[in-house]
Design a protein around this ligand. Structure first.
Ligand SMILES: [Ca+2]
Length: 41
C-alpha cells in the first residue's frame, strides 16, 4: 500500500496541490521523487 499525503496548505499561494508519495514505503517522503510526486491544479 502506498501512502499518499495531500497537502493543501500551499493551495492559497500556488493554486496547486502537491502530493508526496512514499514510493518505497519507508515512512518518509524524503527519498528521490517522493516530495512533489504529483501535482494537481
Ligand atoms: Ca520514502
Amino acid at each position: 500500500m502506498v501512502r499518499v499525503t495531500a497537502t493543501d496548505l500551499d493551495l492559497v499561494a500556488t493554486t496547486t496541490v502537491p502530493l508526496d508519495v512514499d514510493t518505497d514505503n519507508d515512512s518518509d517522503f524524503t527519498d528521490a521523487g517522493e516530495t512533489g510526486y504529483a501535482t494537481s491544479s
